[in-house]
Ligand binder design. Structure first.
Ligand SMILES: [Zn+2]
Length: 218
């Protein structure tokens, strides 16, 4: 599958997709989402339907990632989404498209889904990243394999509990971590101080607020 924005003037929304079966077809993929006018797109992104296209020849469902601007006044959303494949290009400051000046940069669909869930709950994503940092530290300390690639995602808020999934501690298994909302309040009280302190300021400074910006050593 070929992933990458087609930047023909005047037909920005039509992307040329090449399937694994080599079939080439055009797909309508938006480069902007406004939750004020299209609130239904929130659920569509979170449940994974958004940007899914079906190959007309082999019927395979493809999920290409394209740069996307996302806004929503009631949730305070002002994001620019960068495809996962452009992660390193972005970190080297070498993207060949404009991101504008969004409040947040989000990289890859999983991060986008996570961020939307946080904003939907009207929570502060910096605070969630700090909690993830503590969880990551604990997870890294608990594994013997120094090469372990551990990922943590906020999944949902259930009553007074925040649920996180931790991947990579054991192969093919997901650890579920439940954190009391009290912890969120505690971190939140301190967030301005954290913004000025290492290592927190490294990953809390906008626009890319993510623990993926820090490497935690065992
Ligand atoms: Zn196909």
């Amino acid at each position: 599958m070929t992933i990458g924005p087609e930047r023909k003037q005047g037909e920005q929304e039509v992307k040329k997709i090449t399937c694994y079966c080599e079939e080439k077809f055009d797909a309508d993929i938006p480069d902007e989402v406004n939750f004020d006018t299209h609130p239904e797109l929130m659920a569509s992104i979170i449940n994974g339907d958004f940007m899914s296209v079906t190959c007309p020849k082999c019927n395979k469902v493809l999920k290409p990632e394209y740069p996307l601007k996302l806004t929503g006044t009631s949730e305070g959303i002002d994001f620019f989404f960068i495809p996962e494949l452009d992660r390193s290009t972005y970190s080297f400051g070498k993207l060949d498209y404009e991101t504008g000046s969004p409040a947040r940069i989000v990289i890859g669909f999983r991060e986008l889904v996570e961020k939307l869930k946080i904003y939907k709950e009207k929570m502060d994503d910096r605070c969630i990243e700090v909690i993830k940092y503590y969880l990551l530290q604990k997870a890294v300390d608990s594994v013997n394999n120094e090469e372990a690639d551990i990922d943590i995602y906020f999944m949902e808020k259930k009553g007074d509990t925040l649920i996180f999934h931790i991947e990579g501690i054991k192969q093919d298994a997901i650890a579920v971590s439940q954190i009391q909302y009290e912890m969120y309040d505690k971190v939140m009280k301190d967030i301005d101080k954290k913004m000025r302190t290492d290592p927190f300021q490294t990953f809390l400074t906008p626009p890319y607020v993510s623990i993926k910006r820090v490497y935690i050593e065992k």
